[in-house]
Design a protein around this ligand. Structure first.
Ligand SMILES: [Zn+2]
Length: 131
């Protein structure tokens, strides 16, 4: 139930499971990934996961709790046919430490307001918001 609520709040692909944050870090939601397969972006053949890195990125913002972070293992895949290796972010558009959804929300907030204003509200550096 709680997981469903979080999913409503933070749109994520359906094969991603959200867990409770810890007491120490109530803004960090660990997520795990169920079964999925990723075809090679070049030849469309099957790929295998050969490594993964645990990463945190901003995925949302709630006035009373601040940033909502997602912590998840981001895999590296290798194509069995052409040997291409690539990082797969499950379509979340992770760049540095934020997802595409977070950046879109930030842009929406900037409409009709100054960048400095939004940077203050989010406690982010001016240049980060500007980008
Ligand atoms: Zn390939």
């Amino acid at each position: 139930m709680y997981s469903k609520f979080i999913k409503m709040l933070l749109p994520l692909p359906s094969f991603i499971e959200v867990s409770f944050p810890s007491d120490e870090e109530p803004n960090v939601f660990p997520v795990t990934v169920g079964a999925y397969s990723v075809p090679c972006p070049i030849c469309q053949e099957k790929t295998i996961r050969h490594a993964q890195t645990l990463r945190r990125f901003r995925h949302g913002y709630a006035g009373h709790i601040g940033f909502i972070w997602i912590e998840m293992a981001i895999p590296r895949h290798r194509c069995v046919a052409c040997d291409l290796t690539f990082t797969y972010d499950f379509g979340l558009g992770i760049v540095q430490a934020s997802s595409a959804m977070f950046r879109k929300e930030l842009v929406r907030r900037c409409l009709g307001r100054s960048i400095a204003d939004v940077a203050r509200e989010y406690e982010l550096p001016y240049t980060t918001v500007e980008r």
